[in-house]
Design a protein around this ligand. Structure first.
Ligand code: FMN
Ligand code: MN
Length: 476
């Protein structure tokens, strides 16, 4: 059986039943869904949330699903510390998709005709206080490049404007926007499809850095470990995922832009917006009892889904330049940062690794920290300790002025003026070399308790103090 959102939910439930929680109470899609995620996040909890009574909709909504590295490691079949390597290696071995018959495609179980389309019937959340409206945050938009014929996919934010029109916000050099402009130049509508609700390998395949236009379906196959099954769309020559929960089909209109935003973006501020192209929805197909998938915008889920694929691509490119690379972390708590650990053989390894990382992810990275391989880059405290003990700014800091921008989603890529206007600017990148000097220099040893003794500590014997012991030691 082909993998999809449901096969993954089953796998997740079997591995840790407390990681999926049902909200069996009516919630308003306006802030009600994100309110649960935010209330739990305040307590440091990130379970997937399945809402089965969203006001105004007969469909359920899943949100907060891809919030932890453990849930990514689960479908990749590896340890958390090994995600960058495994992810990078899978992307290097793409798997071609296959086309299945309409009768085998679960996404065709229900077809909504153009005249019956009303997006208000989908459980689409309004995420944050100042958001301009409901947004699809986990929709994978599929478009065919008219020149090469290749199908490209990516997640782009879609604001819902009315019962049949949504927006699409393209960033800079993303292929989705470049392809749309080719249709617009010819004055033609661009056929698109938006797949909502699928296996995390499909969702993350769509946001992986794939060289050249297209290749996301192949990346999804690699991450899922099997060929992605596709089916013919209803209204165009696009091939869409056969086992998505929901597919919206439509066209980006060539001459009908609309004001968009604000929207709370991944750096945690309201960014982006302006005038965007409009997608007119012409058909909806979905499963019976479809689950609408949401990604909690500007939260940990948004950051994990965006950050893990970056770690995978960076691992791959840096490893080619500096084979002694141990691993990479683009932390979910600050995706502008990238921590590289390596076994340093030459002092030059540091800058070579750092520049390879910056060039793999030129869009968001601004702070590269290189540490030795005794530092766990998944532990922010260890990285901060390495900076505190092995980095001297005068000697070990390299500032690269005007590296990033201008404009875009990074708050530092804008100048803010007293009249309330913003103008785009470039911002700098830094390389922080927090490694010890390369051999043969002798650096002080790190103080640790011998490993063998740590392993022998009998943690099972620990217990609370009893009354007698309290009287003995805790009474004044
Ligand atoms: C949750 C999420 C939301 C995203 N929203 C947008 C967006 O609104 N616009 C955009 O251009 N990219 C967005 N991205 C990034 C793109 O999906 C990603 O960079 C993708 O690789 C672009 O593919 P492309 O170059 O083939 O267009 C988002 C990524 C994630 C994970
Ligand atoms: Mn692409």
């Amino acid at each position: 059986m082909a993998q999809d959102l449901r096969t993954y939910l089953r796998q997740l439930e079997a591995s840790d039943a407390s990681s999926i929680r049902l909200v069996d109470k009516e919630v308003d899609p306006r802030f009600g869904i994100t309110a649960y995620a935010a209330a739990l996040a305040e307590k440091g909890e990130y379970p997937a949330l399945l809402f089965n009574r969203v006001k105004g909709s007969e469909l359920s909504c899943i949100s907060n699903l891809l919030t932890t590295y453990e849930r990514i490691a689960l479908y990749l079949g590896c340890e958390v510390a090994d995600i960058p390597r495994v992810y990078g290696e899978k992307l290097k071995n793409p798997i071609e998709p296959v086309v299945v018959d309409r009768s085998a495609a679960k996404v065709k179980e229900t077809v909504v005709a153009e005249a019956d389309i009303d997006l208000a019937k989908l459980p689409i959340p309004v995420h944050n206080k100042l958001d301009g409206g409901p947004y699809l945050s986990a929709g994978v938009m599929i478009i065919r490049d008219p020149d090469s014929g290749r199908i490209n996919a990516g997640i782009y934010r879609h604001q819902v404007f009315n019962e049949r029109d949504i927006g699409v916000w393209f960033l800079g050099a993303h292929h989705g926007g470049l392809i749309y402009k080719k249709y617009k130049k010819q004055g033609k509508p661009a056929p698109v499809a938006i797949a909502i609700g699928h296996h995390p390998g499909f969702v993350m395949g769509a946001v992986s850095r794939v060289q050249g236009i297209g290749g996301e379906y192949e990346a999804a196959g690699a991450l899922m470990g099997e060929a992605l099954e596709l089916v013919q769309a209803e209204t165009s020559d696009l091939l869409v995922p056969a086992h998505a929960e929901i597919v919206l089909e439509g066209e980006i209109l060539p001459d009908e832009d609309h004001a968009e935003g604000p929207f709370g973006e991944w750096p945690g501020h309201y960014l982006g917006g302006g005038s965007v192209p409009v997608i007119r929805i012409r058909r909806i197909t979905h499963r019976r009892n479809a689950i609408f998938q949401d990604i909690v915008a500007s939260s940990r889920e948004h950051l994990v889904v965006g950050g893990v694929p970056r770690s995978g691509s960076i691992y791959q490119t840096v490893k080619q330049v500096v084979p002694s690379l141990k691993t990479v972390h683009v932390p979910f708590y600050s995706r502008m940062n990238c921590y590289l650990s390596l076994h340093k053989e030459r002092d030059a390894d540091v800058k070579k690794a750092a520049f390879a990382a910056l060039n793999t992810e030129p869009e968001n990275l601004r702070h590269i920290v290189v540490v030795d391989d005794d530092i766990d880059v998944f532990n922010g405290e260890e990285v901060a300790w390495a900076i505190g003990t092995r980095f001297d700014a005068e000697r070990d800091l390299l500032v690269i002025p005007k590296w990033n921008g201008p404009g875009g989603l990074l708050p530092t890529n804008w100048d803010y003026h007293p009249d309330g206007k913003n103008t785009p600017r470039m911002s700098s990148a830094v390389i922080v070399d927090a490694t010890k000097p390369a051999p043969p220099v002798v650096f002080p040893e790190r103080a640790v308790v011998p490993k063998g003794d740590v392993e022998q500590a009998d943690l099972g014997a620990l217990r609370k103090l009893n009354i007698e012991e309290k009287n003995k030691w805790l009474t004044p």
